[in-house]
Every structure is written in structure tokens, then in C-alpha cells.
Design a protein around this ligand. Structure first.
Ligand code: PEP
Ligand code: MG
Length: 571
């Protein structure tokens, strides 16, 4: 038995075998097929090649717009590979001869291409090696989805161990068979963290000794205590099995809606959701509404922009599940680590000038995507009032342009005689640039939602993967939040905070002290945060705001807030 440590990102306990995932691994199923399946396998291949081609054509347009024709030519050579009829013929022959499934057959053929090119004497050809690798990954990912091979990738419930995992990789691994997550990299505000909480999975990051975990080991992941127990003795295992049962029953305990702090001040608690499934586990009586619906996760799940029809279906289901509670749909916020593979070009990852690219910018550059989303949202609004929120706004022109696209969507629906209601249009406050225009912005929109996950790193130069200690407690961030709240009050528009900071039990005390009265938190944290709000007494926090502002570093703020928590909240 051995213990190694990490930082807890999402609470909980998991017990089980290890599944190691290397980010560049493409898991190729070994299954063989019957003669009668050959045609179906080839149909899947043709369809996957077609989907990849469409993706690459879209990506090409983006590359031309952001870079130049020369960079876009990389994509032309990839398109040529996809159109190569000889490649398809070779795959077909292999399937027929060896009865390999299409993924395995395609992988063998494309690997042969890679081999030939990597041995070439020409620099030009060797550089094409990367393009082929990219094609291999894209096509296989499409095939995996079509064939539903996903289930075979983690065959039995296991604890996922990896240096780092992207949100789209997580989907291809089948979240249903993941008991918990262990990584070496990744922070509390990363999108993987958000997904772990959405799926209520324990997640430990910053595990420096991760290489000492092997697939042969049976482990206990205790994300409450920040530790991993490798090969536990029987007594420890039994103890943890009891703890796990206890944890599960606590997690399923009924949560009573809270709308006030202990001293009777109104305080709203909403939830953030990424997947409709999250709502199944929640009683509509336990939360005030949906404060943030991250619609881009529809794209991450599908590995493509969802159509208007697909969106409509999901948005209707969300409304079905929450009765008449308020709901805020955020328009697609792709970018940063939420790149669907369609946009997963190296150029967008390595160039820092894309740090705030994605979000509203991507949608304004591709107005059809935004207009389709507005159309879908307007259509569901015919049922009842809804709110729409724009992400990553950094200037007023972006709001103006989005409103024009919104108007165009309304005009289209008018022409089609389709009914819709008035919707409230709000914005995320999460970039540094927008802080300079808060007053003007407040006159243009119906509400603000503070996105501390992004705002923190724009303000402090940290990253979403940084340790939360560096930003959840930073006095500068608290000051800015207080200013946003104050602007909202002056203009009489509601302000909610929907970043992960609101679900951090110590940071939440500081947020209440600087004036936050409405938060939206991940569904895993709802129970603990509800309990905390009920126990917060604002009368006992009179000096806390100035105390925070007078601190010079986040560590001091952290200890002050922790002390308060231990004195008044922790029972
Ligand atoms: C945020 O930035 O705080 C936020 C809620 O948006 P996301 O985490 O989806 O970027
Ligand atoms: Mg954000």
C-alpha cells in the first residue's frame, strides 16, 4: 500500500482499476466483422471522409481569415488525401480480405502512408507527415462516433489516469465508464474540471507522481482528502467502501432551495449545466433556475456545430425539466480548450493572440452559426420567457453586431410566420477590455454574469490551469467584482456570478462580503453551497470587505476566509 498526493478539483471517492490514457492515443478496436457488414463499414468510411472534408473546408476559411492563403494550403494537401480514391480502395480490400473493422483497416492503410512519407528524402514530404497524422486522428474520431465503438474504449468502470485530457477526448472515452479522474496537469477552472463536476466525478489534479500509477494497480481515489491509495490493504479497502456508500447517499440527499442568507438577505442560487443529463439528478425544487447553460457542449459531444433542429430538441428538453424557472442560454463559446476538432488546428493553439478568440468573436465571424442558434432559441421562447447571454464580450461593437444578427433571426422567423417571445439579452463580463466600458454596456443589455474563470486569468496573467489559490482569493479580483456589482446596481440590472469561484466555499464568503447576491454553480456543488448560503450571516461580515482589499496577496485572503468559514459555517 502506498499513498500519493494531488490537489482536489472535484470532490468524491472512487475505488477501482486504472485506465491510463495518453492524449495522443487513438484507441483502435480489434474486433472483426462479418461478410454482411462490409458494405456498412465502407459506407461509414465514406461518410466519415465527407464529414472531415466539410470540417476542413470550414477550417480553411478560418485560416484564410486569420492568417493567409499560404497557411491555408496545408489544408489543401489534407483535402487531397481525403479525396484519394486509392486510399479508399486499399481500405476496402483490407476489410474484405482480413475482415478487420473499418477503423482498424483505415489505421493500417494510413499508417503505411505515414511510413512512406517519413522515410522520404524531401523536407517538404516529411513535413506532410504531420498533416497525415492529423487526418488519421480526424477520420478515426468520426468513425468512432459512427460505429459507436466508444463503449469499447473503457470496457469496464475504471479510474481514468492521464497527464492531461481535453474535453473532446473525454467524450470519446465514454464518460459513463469513468469512476474518477487523475491528472498531472489541469486546474480548478479548466473545462475538464467543469465536466468532472457535471458528471459528479471525483477529480484529483497536480499529481506529480502520476507515473508511479500503473494499469496493474487497484486504487482508491480520495478527492476529498487529496490523496490516492495504491494497492490498499483489505482493511483500508473496506473502510473506503463504507465511505463511498456514505458519500453516494449524501450526494443523493434532497436539497432544499435556498433564497436567503441566515440574516434574511435575498440570495439566488442557480446552476450551471453542460448536459441535459445533469438535470435528471436534480429536483427542480432544489435550485433557483439555470444561470448558465453552456451550449457549446452540444458541439463538443457531437464534434460539430449542432444543427438548428438538434439544438431545438435539447433546448426544449431543458425547458421541460425546469418548469417555469428562469434559464440563461449562453451562445456558443468555443475557443481556448473548448475547441471542437473541426477547429483544432495547431495555428489557433500556439499563437497567443488567440487567447480571447472564440466566444462571440468566432460567432460574429461565422454569422450563420450565431443566427441559427438565435433562431433555435427564439423558437423555444414561444413557450415562455428565456434569457440569452453572449460570451467573451470585449467591446460594445460586438454587442451591437450580435444584436443585428439577432434581429435578422427575428426577421426570418417573422417571414416564416413563426411565433417567438421577447427574450432578455445579457452578457458575460469576463474579459479585461470590457471592464473599461461597464457603464455603457449596462445601458445596452438586460443583465451581467461575471465569468471569473476567464476574468481571473485575463486580469492576473494566470491560466485556467493555475492553482485556484492564485486567483480565487486575489484581492484585485474581489475589487473588480465589487465594481461590476456596483455598476449593475446603479443601472438596475441583475448581476450573477457564474465562474467556479462561486462554488469555492471560502471564496464564496468573500464574494458575499463584496456584494454578490446571486451565483450560478456547478451541479455537484449545489448541496454544499446551498448549505453554506443558509449559514452565511452578513451581519457578522461587516469588516470583511475592507479586510480583503487591504490584503496584499491571495494567501492572506485565503486564510482570512478560511477562518471565517471554520468559525461560522463548518459545523
Ligand atoms: C467563466 O469564464 O467564468 C465562465 C463561467 O465561462 P466558461 O467557464 O464556460 O468559460
Ligand atoms: Mg468564460
Amino acid at each position: 500500500m502506498r499513498i500519493i498526493k494531488g490537489r482536489s478539483i472535484s470532490q468524491g471517492i472512487a475505488i477501482g482499476n486504472v485506465h491510463w490514457h495518453h492524449s495522443n492515443d487513438l484507441l483502435i478496436p480489434e474486433t472483426t466483422i462479418g461478410k454482411e457488414d462490409i458494405e456498412e463499414e465502407m459506407r461509414n468510411l465514406r461518410s466519415a471522409l465527407k464529414d472531415c472534408k466539410e470540417e476542413l473546408i470550414q477550417t480553411r476559411k478560418l485560416v484564410v481569415r486569420h492568417l493567409d492563403e499560404e497557411h491555408a494550403r496545408i489544408i489543401d494537401s489534407q483535402l487531397l488525401i481525403l479525396e484519394d480514391s486509392y486510399l479508399q480502395k486499399e481500405v476496402e480490400e483490407l476489410i474484405k480480405k482480413e475482415k478487420y473493422n473499418v477503423i482498424k483497416a483505415f489505421n493500417i492503410v494510413i499508417s503505411n502512408y505515414e511510413d512512406i512519407i517519413s522515410k522520404s528524402n524531401s523536407d517538404y514530404h516529411r513535413q506532410r507527415d504531420l498533416d497525415i497524422q492529423d487526418i488519421r486522428k480526424r477520420v478515426i474520431q468520426h468513425l468512432i462516433k459512427k460505429e459507436n465503438y466508444i463503449k469499447q474504449q473503457i470496457i469496464e468502470p475504471s479510474i481514468l489516469v492521464s497527464y492531461s485530457i481535453s474535453p473532446s477526448d473525454f467524450f470519446t472515452l465514454d464518460p459513463d465508464n469513468v469512476l474518477g479522474i487523475i491528472t498531472r496537469e489541469g486546474g480548478a477552472d479548466s473545462h475538464l474540471a467543469i465536466m468532472a463536476k457535471a458528471f459528479k466525478l471525483p477529480y484529483l489534479s497536480r499529481v506529480q507522481e502520476i507515473d508511479s500509477i500503473s494499469e496493474e494497480e487497484f486504487i482508491i481515489l480520495d478527492a476529498n482528502k487529496g490523496k490516492i491509495i495504491l494497492n490498499p490493504v483489505e482493511k483500508t479497502k473496506n473502510l473506503y467502501e463504507d465511505k463511498l456508500e456514505n458519500f453516494k447517499s449524501q450526494r443523493n440527499k434532497k436539497i432544499e432551495l435556498v433564497d436567503q442568507t441566515k440574516d434574511g438577505t435575498n440570495f439566488n442560487v442557480y446552476v450551471n449545466i453542460e448536459f441535459i443529463k445533469e438535470l435528471d439528478a436534480l429536483s427542480p425544487e432544489s435550485f433557483g433556475g439555470i444561470g448558465l447553460f453552456r451550449t457549446e457542449f452540444l458541439g463538443l459531444e457531437r464534434n460539430a456545430f449542432p444543427s438548428e433542429k438538434e439544438q431545438l430538441e435539447v433546448y426544449h428538453r431543458a425547458l421541460d425539466k425546469i418548469g417555469d424557472k428562469p434559464i440563461v442560454f449562453r451562445t456558443f463559446d468555443f475557443g481556448r480548450d473548448k475547441f471542437i476538432d473541426m477547429l483544432d488546428m495547431e495555428v489557433f493553439h500556439i499563437d497567443n493572440s488567440y487567447a480571447d478568440w472564440g466566444g462571440i468573436k468566432l460567432c460574429l465571424e461565422n454569422p450563420e452559426i450565431l443566427k441559427n442558434q438565435f433562431r433555435a432559441l427564439l423558437k423555444v421562447s414561444s413557450r415562455r420567457p428565456i434569457n440569452i447571454m453572449l460570451p467573451m464580450i470585449s467591446n460594445l461593437e460586438e454587442v451591437e453586431s450580435a444584436k443585428q444578427i439577432f434581429k435578422a433571426a427575428q426577421n426570418e422567423l417573422d417571414a416564416e410566420n413563426i411565433h417567438y417571445n421577447n427574450v432578455k439579452l445579457g452578457v458575460m463580463v469576463e474579459t479585461k477590455n470590457i471592464l473599461k466600458h461597464l457603464d455603457a454596456l449596462a445601458q445596452e443589455v438586460a443583465f451581467f454574469s461575471i465569468g471569473t474563470n476567464d476574468l481571473a486569468h485575463f486580469l492576473l496573467g494566470t491560466s485556467r490551469d493555475s492553482d485556484s489559490l492564485t486567483h480565487h482569493y486575489h484581492p484585485v479580483l474581489f475589487k473588480k467584482i465589487s465594481r461590476i456589482v456596483e455598476t449593475g446596481l446603479r443601472h438596475n440590472i441583475p448581476v450573477t456570478l457564474c465562474g467556479e469561484m462561486g462554488a469555492d466555499p471560502y471564496a464564496l464568503i468573500g464574494l458575499a462580503a463584496v456584494g454578490i447576491r446571486s451565483i450560478s454553480v456547478n451541479t455537484s456543488s449545489l448541496a454544499s453551497i446551498t448549505n453554506e448560503i443558509e449559514n452565511i450571516d452578513l451581519n457578522k461580515m461587516a469588516n470583511l470587505e475592507s479586510l480583503i482589499y487591504n490584503c496584499e496577496d491571495p494567501e492572506t485572503v485565503h486564510s482570512i476566509l478560511m477562518e471565517y468559514y471554520e468559525q461560522y459555517i463548518e459545523k
